[in-house]
Design a protein around this ligand. Structure first.
Ligand code: FES
Length: 97
């Protein structure tokens, strides 16, 4: 593997407990949180049920699916679905709606 094949990661944090995790760009935030020992609610893990919903306190994400289960207004307000959201920067997340 060459150096530029290595996936990038950013720093992820949860607002409530200040837990920190490596937020890999090649996988959803939920997966990175779980790998980092951060407990976060989830169910469908497919961007549909909204169990994992949270709000971006800071940072940006992208989605590989076209229509994650969020309204455009919710996206504008910073709500994210970590089970399908990939980080584009360091992120701080707060849990819940
Ligand atoms: S776990 Fe269902 S939308 Fe994220």
């Amino acid at each position: 593997m060459q150096a530029n094949d290595t996936p990038l990661f950013y720093i992820g944090k949860t607002e409530a407990f200040g837990e920190q995790f490596d937020a890999w760009t090649d996988r959803p935030l939920l997966q990175s949180m779980e790998q980092g020992g951060v407990s976060w609610p989830s169910s469908c893990r497919a961007g549909n049920c909204r169990t994992c919903i949270g709000k971006l306190v800071s940072g940006t994400v992208r989605y590989e699916m076209e229509w994650p289960g969020l309204l455009p207004e919710e996206k504008e307000e910073g709500y994210v679905l970590p089970c399908v959201a990939h980080p584009c920067s360091d992120v701080v997340l707060s849990e819940g709606y």
